[in-house]
Write a protein that binds this ligand. Structure first.
Ligand code: CDT
Length: 311
């Protein structure tokens, strides 16, 4: 059985507020067909891939807000993605806003799903690290209201898929070393990660010039330090006057970028990824069992006095 998986990192250019979900889904389908033509096994789409990045607006009207969420997956509009996956024999990873009812309560999550070649949902992930703020901050050029519009996910998980072990993460998660380590401790060999990152960060404009550097820095370090593939996929370009970074790339367990997009539009970066390459790192320099010292990592949080669980 081959451990090589052909991956398409399916960058999306901007999605404007006036673009219908139907229009966006047509763009996703075009990516799926092109990826299939190039022999890909799985297509990775960005975070919140069905709409514009709506947390940039403060909204009071629940109807206006709810229009950005999916209440079922697949739903009437997204079913075609699943049908196409099955028809082509291509899996996909999709980020979207989820509005679901659990135990008589509504939940809003920044979600991503991994779908197999048979169109079945293999795994679902709720974004853990939600950046930004909760209240309207009119001084900003644009808002970043993820803390208002989403509930934080509670765990990082991995799933057996495509002859390997797969994990998912979303955008701001990629800046936190814990994300990769917690997934790698569960055996992750490939981490699929979509993002929406504005070039300009209103509270820290001094970071703006470094946005692309930081993007690669965190993902390359995460891949190498955990002996895992990382597939980072952007929604890029000028979205509603907000410039978003591109930088979609596929990173090997060596930390090297092996494929990358060069535009800020709809573009595929494709790589043939050997999951067995992880072993060279996971069994030597980053052999966790042999070299980690969890007994030295037992931190106590100053604020809560709670012991952070060992992982
Ligand atoms: N979508 C997302 O998580 N974006 C953040 C922006 C940080 S600035 C509030 C990111 O980390 O790229």
């Amino acid at each position: 059985m081959s451990r090589i998986i052909n991956v398409a990192a399916a960058q999306l250019g901007p999605i404007q507020k006036s673009d219908s979900k139907r229009d966006v889904i047509d763009r996703l389908l075009a990516h799926m067909y092109n990826a299939h033509r190039m022999g890909c096994d799985v297509v990775v789409f960005p975070e919140l891939a069905l709409t514009t990045f709506f947390p940039r607006w403060y909204m009071e009207d629940p109807e206006e807000l709810n229009a950005f969420y999916e209440t079922e997956m697949p739903g009437p509009l997204t079913q075609v993605l699943f049908d196409t996956a099955k028809k082509l024999g291509v899996g996909f990873c999709l980020g979207y806003a989820e509005l679901s009812k659990e135990e008589d309560r509504y939940h809003r999550y920044n979600t991503s799903i991994l779908v197999g070649k048979d169109s079945r949902i293999i795994g679902k992930y709720h974004k853990v690290h939600l950046p930004g703020h909760q209240e309207h901050e009119p001084w900003r050029e644009f808002q970043h209201l993820e803390k208002r519009y989403f509930e934080a996910g509670k765990k990082f998980s991995v799933w057996p898929a495509f002859n390997g072990i797969f994990g998912m993460a979303l955008c701001n998660d990629r800046r936190w070393s814990e994300t990769y380590r917690v997934l790698a401790l569960q055996g992750a060999e490939m981490i699929l990660l979509g993002y929406n990152t504005p070039v300009h960060n209103p509270p820290a404009p001094e970071h703006d010039d470094l946005s692309m550097f930081h993007n690669r820095l965190v993902m390359q370090a995460g891949a190498y330090q955990n002996g895992t593939w990382v597939v980072g996929v952007a929604k890029a370009g000028n979205e509603e006057n907000c410039e978003m970074i591109g930088g979609t790339c596929i990173i090997a367990p060596s930390g090297e970028v092996v494929a990358a997009c060069s535009t800020k539009g709809d573009e595929l970066a494709i790589a043939s990824c050997d999951l067995d390459l992880c072993t060279s790192y996971k069994s030597t320099i980053f052999n966790f069992e042999k070299h980690r010292r969890p007994e030295a990592y037992g931190l106590i949080t100053a604020q809560k006095g709670a012991i952070i669980p060992q992982f």
